[in-house]
Design a protein. Structure first.
Length: 204
């Protein structure tokens, strides 16, 4: 029997990197996304001297940044489960082992594959050495217990399995809508706590 012909619509670029027990999967997801990784050019300095026209000078106009159109990252949370990061665009910085993300969604699940929390944001930064994540720009999300939150930034601390923010937050749940100076979500305990100047905006 002949092996099935590859699907010409299944466009993907995958880079697997082992960082301790963490596997980084960078993949272009779907035919509508460009299936290519490219070095991002640095801005050209118009004041550069003529040596910039040499091969070495041209090489200096590029850095080691890897740009991917469409990324999926699966990170382990140890005994707490795992989380999946998906982004429209990712820029991998090997010098700092960080990934700068655009148009991001994060979904965290427990060992029984029940959802702990999810985060949506305009921009994000993922540290692939320790699985810490920072979300910025119209950050909103939900927890498995039904809280819905919105803030200007949110961070996930892998070692503490803690999702938190010290920015003003708006939170809704089955009891009403609240404002506070920040929040803590202890994912392993499935416990959401508003912090500082907590006030009810509207009761249910």
């Amino acid at each position: 029997m002949h092996a099935p012909a590859p699907n010409p619509c299944a466009c993907s670029v995958r880079t697997l990197a082992q960082v301790g027990s963490i596997v980084l999967l960078l993949a272009a997801s779907g035919p509508s996304l460009a299936s290519e990784a490219e070095a991002a050019p640095k801005p050209v300095d118009s004041s550069a001297d003529a040596s910039a026209d040499s091969p070495d000078g041209i090489a200096d106009q590029f850095d080691a940044e890897l740009v991917l159109r469409g990324m999926t990252y699966v990170g382990e949370r140890g005994r707490h489960g795992e989380f999946v990061v998906r982004a429209r665009e990712a820029r991998f910085r090997p010098d700092s082992n960080t990934v700068l993300l655009e148009d991001v969604r994060v979904i965290a699940t427990d060992p029984d594959e029940r959802r702990n929390f999810d985060v949506r944001c305009d921009k994000g930064e993922l540290d692939i050495e320790n699985n810490n994540f920072t979300a910025t720009g119209d950050v909103r999300g939900t927890t498995g217990e039904g809280q819905r939150y919105r803030a200007s930034w949110v961070r996930y601390d892998h070692d503490k399995d803690l999702l938190y923010s010290d920015a003003p937050v708006l939170m809704e749940d089955e009891t009403g809508t609240f404002q506070a100076d920040g929040f803590r979500y202890y994912a392993d305990q499935r416990r959401f706590q508003l912090t500082g100047n907590v006030r009810m905006v509207q009761a249910r």
